[in-house]
Write a protein that binds this ligand. Structure first.
Ligand SMILES: Cc1ncc(COP(=O)(O)O)c(C=O)c1O
Length: 469
């Protein structure tokens, strides 16, 4: 069923589904199971069957969306952008369904491990000592080992001294943009991309050079053109389960991007924020395939361990590592020993692996529940893809939808969504909202989807009335 849903989500409206016989052969299930799945999808309005002809992706469900994404690269980011506070960080009252935040629910965290680690750390020297500036050596070694383990034979793994421990990858991004790019200089970014990276780059005075990036990542030729045109020497990207699109790059694309970056003598600033949030795919960091210093890698524990343990790592080689360390020291000097000791304690417990595996299953169930609820209650919206990992869905609304009006309408009915505009470094190329399936109670998903669907319908009716007046 999940496989079919994924197929439908990426297929054009009107596409014909493989025959029952083909599905039986491909997935090793019985014809009864296939028929049952097709009936359920039909009842949810995702497919329609034409007797004697076949089953088709419903055409009314996904109105053809225009794609003006190429203009993002042609126009670039507008020169003046004031700092914006993000919707994703807004605190809300307990009586709303909060789909806007970027964090997982507490029940998805290893709470027992974290509490025990803090108790132990508080009793140890960590409570009263200063760590080395780049981080506790054992934690540096753990981060280096995690990345090294993902690398192919023949690529030298990073050494512990390549690791700089930072207070969250947000801080790592600010540090990287200041240290490796600098005020007034260009930085290539995907569009859409993480709002916090846009904010950090703005604060560092960096000039953004957007390249369009869809559910499968950016086009390497477009990236090469952006480097050549702008003279940029760095590209910030999220190859695994991008926030917001959920895009997960194929190994071929990863290699192609790495080639482009090397050809332009540039850095890839790889934000592996969702390393612990793979659902149907495993993240394979590009940094693990590079020992030539072109990839600067960020890995965070704040979302998979606890938002109170603000620990992340920046891994870089060569002079870049020295510049990054100097910039990190200028900003925060060092990271609390207590937090580092607690983080190291948690990741070295046997329960940590169990936690990460369990997380995968819980995220899968939550994601599928929200996809189903949206298909049923918001039939005119669509997903460019069901993400293979991460915490969010990137829901495309019909062209012309006033996203801010939708967000306001939803909020007055008790559902908070994040307007997609905040993830675009230039003008948005479509009407999107980002919905977090990892934070709110999954029992509220059908109600939340119903409210989004009704609010959208009310807006569409009002706009039709205006047109006919
Ligand atoms: C893509 C991405 N990068 C970095 C961060 C910052 O994470 P943290 O500072 O919690 O490590 C976030 C948080 O939402 C994110 O989504």
């Amino acid at each position: 069923m999940a496989v079919l849903r994924q197929w439908i989500a990426t297929a054009p409206p009107g596409a014909r589904l493989p025959s029952t016989r083909a599905l039986v052969a491909e997935h090793g299930v019985s014809p009864v199971t296939v028929q049952k799945a097709l009936r359920t999808l039909g009842a949810q309005g995702m497919v329609e069957s034409r007797p004697g002809v076949g089953t088709f992706v419903r055409t009314v469900r996904v109105p053809r969306a225009h794609d003006h994404g190429w203009q993002t690269a042609a126009l670039g980011a507008p020169p003046l952008r004031g700092p914006r506070l993000s919707t994703a960080l807004r605190t809300t009252s307990n009586d709303v369904i909060a789909l806007h935040s970027g964090y997982p629910d507490r029940e998805l965290l290893p709470e027992r491990l974290v509490r025990a680690a803090f108790t132990r750390a508080a009793r140890s020297d960590a409570a009263v000592s200063r760590p080395p500036a780049a981080g506790l050596p054992e934690l540096q070694a753990w981060f280096a080992g995690e990345l090294g383990a993902a690398g192919p034979v023949g690529v030298a793994p990073p050494s512990p001294s390549d690791v700089i421990v930072v207070p969250g990858s947000q801080s790592g991004l600010s540090t990287a943009f200041r240290a490796l790019v600098g005020a007034g200089r260009p930085l290539v970014v995907e569009s859409p991309t993480y709002w916090g990276a846009i904010l950090a780059a703005g604060q560092a005075g960096v000039q953004l050079v957007p390249v369009p990036s869809g559910p499968h990542g950016p086009d390497p030729d477009e990236l090469a053109r952006a480097f050549a045109r702008s003279g940029a020497r760095a590209f910030y990207a999220q190859p695994s389960f991008s926030n917001p699109t959920g895009a997960h790059w194929s190994p071929t694309l990863a290699d192609a991007v790495l080639d482009v970056v090397r050809q332009h003598g540039a850095f890839l600033i790889e934000d592996d924020w969702a390393h612990d949030f793979g659902i149907t795919a495993d993240p394979v960091p590009i940094a693990a395939r590079d020992d030539s210093g072109h990839v600067v890698y960020l890995r965070s524990l704040t979302k998979s361990m606890s938002p109170a343990v603000r620990i992340a790592a920046v891994i870089a080689r060569g002079p870049a590592r020295e510049r990054l360390l100097a910039a990190a020291q200028a900003e925060s000097m060092y990271v609390s020993t207590l937090l580092q000791a607690a983080a190291y304690d948690v990741v070295t417990q046997p329960g940590w692996r169990t936690h990460v595996t369990g997380l995968r299953q819980q995220l899968a169930a939550r994601r599928d529940l929200m996809v189903r609820a949206l298909a049923e209650h918001v039939p005119t919206a669509s997903l460019d893809a069901v993400p293979a990992g991460g915490l969010n869905l990137w829901l495309r609304l019909p062209d012309g939808t006033d996203v801010l009006a939708l967000a306001r309408g939803c909020e007055s009915a008790g559902v908070v969504v994040a307007p997609g505009d905040e993830w675009f470094p230039a003008e948005p190329t479509g009407a999107y909202v980002r919905l977090n399936y990892a934070g709110p109670d999954p029992g509220s998903f059908p109600e939340a989807a119903r409210i989004i669907g009704e609010t959208l319908e009310t807006l569409e009716m009002a706009s039709r009335r205006r047109l006919s007046d």
